[in-house]
Write a protein that binds this ligand. Structure first.
Ligand code: GLN
Length: 261
């Protein structure tokens, strides 16, 4: 009897050792800024990916996808709202666990941060006043172009003409899209180059503006991490793959972008 008891005890001890190991693995090896939390940096001025509702709550496609990922990983989602360039930097420098802000994957950004698999596609478009003489992107030369600071729209437009840009001197970088729209309405700039989804939202809210038919460029959105935080990136990729496979991501996108725009 004593022997049986000893064996049972030994088994229990071995089992609890494994349980202990597993817990340590899922807790620490993701390299989280704060244990048990998934901190997402963003710029909540980019509808319908991230914005605030009337009560000041963060809503949008990125917010809901991030929440679904956090739920799968058993972590509490914490949203840290700041300017777009600061949001990129927060993830790069490990002050946030990840950046989700309709972030386009570009070769330059891949040098300084790691990206998840893509979860959405963005298109750069041009917003102009309804009566504008700008009809296609070929008419942008020599015009004052508004963009958001640090975004791909800014990077393309401010490039030199031999690289397909319009020259830095012709481009104004605003803190966010809403400020750029104000400047366009006030006649300080001739057009805005910005992602299609927020462009649609801004044009809907501000009569007198329209989006040109011509698409500027097509891009992939992904989640950014500090370089080398592979464990977190892989855990997020796994959760994301499941959420794409079971239709959750599509359901969230359809909720915010009801019809094909
Ligand atoms: N997709 C663009 C970029 O990554 C803009 C993102 C944003 O303004 N939130 O540069």
């Amino acid at each position: 009897m004593k022997r049986v008891f000893a064996i049972v005890l030994a088994c229990l001890m071995v089992m609890s050792m494994f349980a202990g190991c597993k817990k340590a693995e899922s807790g620490n090896e993701l390299n989280l800024v704060k244990d048990g939390k998934l901190i997402m940096s963003t710029n909540a001025a980019f509808p319908p990916y991230e914005m605030t509702d009337d009560a000041g709550n963060y809503i949008g496609i990125d917010v809901e996808v991030a929440q679904a990922i956090a739920d799968k990983l058993g972590l509490e989602l914490v949203i840290d709202n700041m300017e777009f360039t600061a949001a990129l930097e927060a993830a790069q420098k490990g002050k946030a666990d990840m950046v989700m802000a309709g972030v386009t994957v570009t070769p330059d950004r891949e040098l300084v941060m790691d990206f998840s698999n893509s979860y959405a596609t963005g298109i750069q478009v041009v917003i102009v006043p309804e009566n504008s003489e700008i009809k296609t992107i070929d008419d942008l030369e020599g015009k004052k172009i508004g963009t958001q600071m640090g975004t791909t729209g800014y990077l393309y437009c401010s490039d030199t003409p031999d690289n397909g840009g319009y020259g830095e001197e012709n481009v104004v970088a605003y803190d966010n899209g809403i400020t750029a729209v104000q400047a366009l309405l006030n006649g300080q700039i001739d057009c805005i180059v910005i992602d299609n989804a927020p462009a649609q939202a801004f044009v809907k809210e501000n009569p007198g503006l329209k989006i040109l038919e011509t698409e500027f460029t097509v891009e992939d959105y992904a989640i950014g991490f500090a370089k080398g935080n592979t464990a977190l990136k892989e855990a997020v990729n796994k959760a994301l793959a499941e959420l794409i496979a079971d239709g959750t991501v599509q359901k969230i996108v359809d909720k915010y972008i009801p019809a094909e725009q």
